[in-house]
Ligand binder design. Structure first.
Ligand code: ZN
Length: 300
């Protein structure tokens, strides 16, 4: 598998619960454990203003790129600075690089991204740019016409992504999330809103019931896997009860279905707010481990 990463994904968010130090801590662990190295790490490039404009309105881009606090930018609930905006533009470009690589058929993790709450005209929920939608529209611009399935397993509904692709039959959006939590829900092609406290077995059973028929029907040429770490039982923002082992089973399940569908997978980290940062790093690490095992072994 491949990784897309830069140390410039880090930005000082002044003690914010959304921690960008996750990214270098995860990359260091991937290198230490032999999963990532110079041979399989691609550098990101900043998304261009044309690429950002494939999804976002010129009014919003004018506000955010000029670091203005307006209703459209403060809804991101993030501090704003040039460093922060630049880091997220680089992360969005990283998702484009990951998608361009994954269309060849492998698994590619952008160590960042998955910012599924961002809408065309405003930021939301720690998400300034919807890198998922930007990467998909950049692929379309380069002539990629296959069906795309977005499998969003972050604790929170992928509301921005659902909204952006609501009228686009070429992108199937699937979101499995905690129902009684942020955000205000939009309509995905399939939403599974879970009760508070849902644990491993029920979660896995639902995933294994719904995902195979989606793959069979949609026959995607590429899967975007939004591998949020926040369904974890000890997450500070979440109310689901998955264990670290259950999250690994989730990863294996989604990635095995992508592999079985014969297509590549773009893996994005999205949320992850465990009480202990090392748990979040472990959850993201084992997502990469699952991708490496499933895509390397030829297992389906
Ligand atoms: Zn989340």
């Amino acid at each position: 598998m491949h990784f897309v990463y830069s140390q410039d994904y880090y930005a000082d968010l002044h003690g914010h619960v959304f921690r960008t130090d996750r990214y270098h801590l995860l990359y260091d662990k991937l290198v230490k454990e032999g999963l990532a190295g110079v041979d399989n790490t691609l550098p990101p490039r900043p998304a261009t203003s044309e690429e950002l404009a494939l999804v976002h309105t010129s009014e919003y881009l004018n506000d955010i790129l000029n670091i203005r606090y307006t209703p459209a930018t403060i809804s991101g609930e993030l501090p704003l600075s040039q460093e922060i905006v630049d880091a997220f533009i680089l992360g969005a470009g990283g998702s484009i690089v990951a998608a361009e690589k994954a269309r060849e058929g492998g698994a590619v993790m952008n160590i960042g991204g998955g910012l599924h709450h961002a809408f065309p005209d405003h930021a939301e929920g720690f998400c300034l740019f919807n890198d998922i939608a930007i990467a998909i529209q950049a692929l379309r611009r380069s002539g990629f016409e296959d069906k795309i399935v977005v499998v969003d397993c972050d604790l929170h509904q992928g509301n921005g992504t659902a909204f952006i692709f609501q009228q686009d039959p070429s992108v199937f959006t699937f979101s499995i999330h905690q129902e009684n939590n942020y955000p205000l829900k939009q309509k995905s092609d399939l939403d599974l809103g879970l009760d508070d406290g849902t644990g491993d077995d029920e979660y896995l059973a639902l995933l294994e019931k719904h995902l195979p028929p989606i793959m069979k029907k949609e026959r995607p040429g590429l899967v975007f896997y939004i591998a949020g770490g926040d369904p974890y039982i000890y997450d500070m923002l979440g109310g689901l009860s998955l264990t670290i082992e259950g999250l690994f089973r989730r990863d294996r399940s989604v990635l095995s279905e992508s592999k079985k569908a014969g297509c590549g997978a773009v893996i994005l980290l999205a949320g992850g707010y465990a009480q202990r940062l090392e748990d979040t790093i472990q959850i993201h690490f084992q997502t990469a481990k699952a991708a490496d095992e499933v895509y390397r072994s030829g297992e389906a």
